[in-house]
Design a protein. Sequence first.
Length: 273
Amino acid sequence: MQSNDSAASFYSEDFLDVDRWFQIADADYEALLKSLNLNTLFPAKAKRLRLLDVGCGTGRFPTLLRPRLEIRAPIIEYDFIDPSPYCLSIMRESLTGPFKAGQALQMCAEDLDVWSKEPVATYDIVWAIHSLCHASAAAIPSIIKSLRNLLAPKTGVGLIYIHSRHSFYTQIHDTYRKVFPTPIAPFMTAEDYAAAFDAAGSPWCEERLHFVHEISVQDDALLESYLHKCILDPTQALFKWWSSAPLRELLEGYRQGEVYRFPQQVALFQFNF
């Protein structure tokens, strides 16, 4: 598996081009926001809620969420974890009312197994948004168990948002791994987590969301930045991608006129304690 250290290295000021990435990836968060019942998740009658963000990244999701919450939204005490110190710093800066920044812990999802056994308070909401694909297959059952253990009994809500094996994310990642010698392991997908939920035998539900990432064929800089982020590896320049027949054919297969249209399929899992 590509280690979380490698992922943390990519999520640094040196490599991560946030502005270019969110030109495209905001579609992921917009689809999620349309799916969520925000009034149920953040009831106005609640005076205070506790939330844990597992793999917070740079905080784009709460930034887009904040203006959609009602004026009477409760104070949301927002704890967050990530293996990248850079992301933790950016995340803390991004949190404003009704979000109140709490603990910022440099750790990955696999570390939850130990942390959730400590005497920590439970959460009303625990979510992992596009952050669990880098876990090892062996760690998935303990991650799900840990997320459940961190939820408030009966009332807590857990959310996992992760791409499926049918998404372009997975296709490009798998093809890249076959072309270039790399220690990067396969992405874990929604199907892997669904199997683990089934094996655990606890209540859960799933919704599949579909959207498309569009990039002009003339915008090589944006395409290169996008592809690097998809695989978390900036080492291969775009011209090297084009020199590979499997990668070139995959990309050209999604070209429609002067635009690349990359289809994404992402699962939203909801579960409780």
